[in-house]
Design a protein around this ligand. Structure first.
Ligand code: SF4
Ligand code: SF4
Ligand code: SF4
Length: 529
């Protein structure tokens, strides 16, 4: 209103009293009537009051407008509409890491951090300023609800409510926190503000981050809270104890003897890196690429078949590759996602040392979790490599004509996007292109696919935890696959493979449906030529 009054008075002072109050004078912008019809109407009413009254309205409404804006802004800060001011800066200050923010490398040598409980996040003051801004910026639109696999399956986690709980605490503490840097009530976030089962429900699938209109980064906060719970409190789901022990002693989550890591390759004549060392010491070995097998490919019987199919494809294409065998250790993905940063740094550090000793430049892996760790997180520890998912690598071999593929597979295929390949590493096309080459008929997409894909439930170390609340995430996903009428669910992740296979069994569909890795389907298509 003050703006309208100001403009109407200004218009009268220009047109009837020859005052030079133009904002711009150019015919190309058209007339006042075209731009501001209500102003012109009000001006015609005010005109009869004379120059003095119009000058008064002009000055009064100018300062009235400034004052009301200042009052509004001050009130806004204390309402939930504050997000109108913080949303834009929140997007602007979003992480520049592409395509997602990389968890920071915790300084585990810092003794004062251990003494003061500052490993990870346990209190409000441990959040970064950006994480605080995230809390103020939530518009409560609820988009994150709809895509979250835990919310959809009735578990107690939604990003919206998670934000609301933390924001309420922040609002209560803001005056003390901003003045002193610490909180008055000294509440522990997990336990007093967020329930532990909420924290541990997250699969770190990033679906919520992908849809959030104000770019709130949820997963780093979850990982920070888990890190504190695991490292400082030893308060993790009890099932994780044996998983951690397996990783510590045998470098794989099942705890199977590390010396059996290359047993899957028996009879395939795959060289070990130790045997391919360049004759000239200090030179890179003479291989095209290192095949990173991962724990599932090495030890899980279903995934061992995928490792064998993948290696067979490389051999058919004449790729010079080798494996590390018992020198390979878990990448540490599940340790980091479950908050055990120390174990992550130990495993990742040892892997980086091994890879750097062999002067490895190029790595290919069938596991998106391994891919994500080695490609995006190992640079934090001095490991810089060119890393490919096996679907990307095989697609290149097919494009180069090194793998002749016949497109006459009988399977009707739908494809489940692994989140650590898709949302985490933006690869949606390579597996689909391979399936197009191999399949006899067009692929049937699930409703939730690509960047909107629905997690299988195994990410964020959930693969190693019990799922006791609500319905099962993998069954929800499998149900969607069944609805496509496909006979085969293709995927490119060993954990998705386990989850989808279990889902098919739980739905009693083992007779009519199966889960296969893209490499297995390509091998079938190659062998059918
Ligand atoms: S999508 Fe983002 S803005 Fe919307 S409720 Fe969720 S966190 Fe808040
Ligand atoms: S990362 Fe996935 S599981 Fe976790 S809150 Fe977001 S949508 Fe839900
Ligand atoms: S197992 Fe597959 S779908 Fe599930 S979180 Fe990992 S990559 Fe995503």
């Amino acid at each position: 209103l003050t703006d309208l009054l100001f403009d109407a008075a200004r218009l009268n002072l220009i047109e009837h009293y020859e005052q030079q109050l133009h904002f711009f004078e150019s015919t190309v912008y058209g007339s006042e009537w075209e731009w501001a019809p209500f102003t012109v109407l009000l001006a015609s009413v005010l005109n009869g009051l004379g120059e003095g009254a119009n000058a008064f309205f002009y000055h009064f409404s100018y300062w009235g407008h400034v004052a009301s804006m200042l009052i509004f802004v001050n009130l806004l800060i204390h309402t939930k509409q504050f997000h109108e001011m913080t949303a834009l800066p929140n997007v602007f200050f979003g992480s520049l890491d592409y395509p997602h923010s990389i968890p920071p490398l915790a300084d585990l040598e810092d003794e004062s951090a251990w003494e003061e409980g500052r490993i990870g996040v346990s209190k409000l003051e441990h959040l970064t300023w950006k994480q605080g801004l995230d809390l103020f910026s939530c518009t409560e639109c609820g988009r994150c609800h709809d895509v979250c696999p835990t919310f959809v399956t009735d578990k107690p986690l939604t990003l919206k409510r998670f934000n609301q709980s933390l924001l309420k605490h922040l609002r209560n503490e803001e005056s003390t926190l901003f003045r002193t840097g610490s909180t008055a009530e000294d509440k522990t976030l997990v336990g007093e503000i967020i329930r532990p089962e909420t924290l541990w429900a997250c699969t770190t699938c990033r679906a919520c981050e992908e849809v959030c209109p104000v770019s709130i980064e949820h997963v780093p906060r979850i990982l920070g809270l888990r890190q504190n719970q695991t490292m400082m409190e030893e308060a993790y789901p009890p099932e994780m104890a044996s998983t951690f022990k397996g990783l510590e002693r045998n470098f794989n989550p099942w705890g199977i003897g590390f010396d059996q890591r290359a047993d899957w390759a028996e009879g395939l004549n795959i060289p070990l890196m130790a045997d391919t060392k360049s004759e000239t010491e200090g030179q890179p070995p003479e291989i095209d690429v290192l095949m990173w097998v991962g724990c599932a490919g090495s030890f899980d019987s279903r995934n061992q078949k995928i490792a064998r199919a993948t290696a067979t494809l490389y051999q058919k294409a004449g790729v010079k590759f080798a494996i590390l065998g018992s020198e390979e250790k878990c990448t540490g993905d599940l340790a980091r996602r479950s908050g055990n940063e120390m174990l992550f740094q130990m495993l990742a550090g040892e892997n980086v040392e091994t890879l750097n000793n062999y002067k490895i430049k190029k790595i290919v892996t069938a596991c998106p979790h391994c891919l994500n760790s080695i490609k995006n997180e190992y640079p934090q520890l001095g490991g810089e490599y060119e890393v490919f998912h096996h679907s990307q690598f095989i697609a290149k071999l097919v494009d180069e004509g090194r793998l002749p593929v016949s497109s006459n597979l009988k399977d009707t295929i739908t494809y489940h996007d692994p989140c650590y390949l898709g949302r985490y590493n933006k690869e949606y096309e390579a597996p689909r292109n391979l399936l197009k080459h191999a399949a006899g008929e067009p692929m049937r997409e699930m409703k939730r696919h690509g960047s909107e894909s629905f997690c299988c439930g195994a990410g964020g170390a959930r693969m190693w935890m019990e799922e006791t609340i609500g319905s099962r995430i993998n069954e929800n996903r499998t149900e969607e696959a069944i609805q496509t009428g496909a006979s085969t669910v293709a995927t490119g992740c060993p954990f998705c493979m386990t989850m989808i296979s279990d889902g098919i069994a739980a739905k009693g569909k083992t007779e009519s449906m199966q889960a296969k890795d893209v490499a297995e389907l390509v091998l079938e298509a190659v062998e059918a030529v």
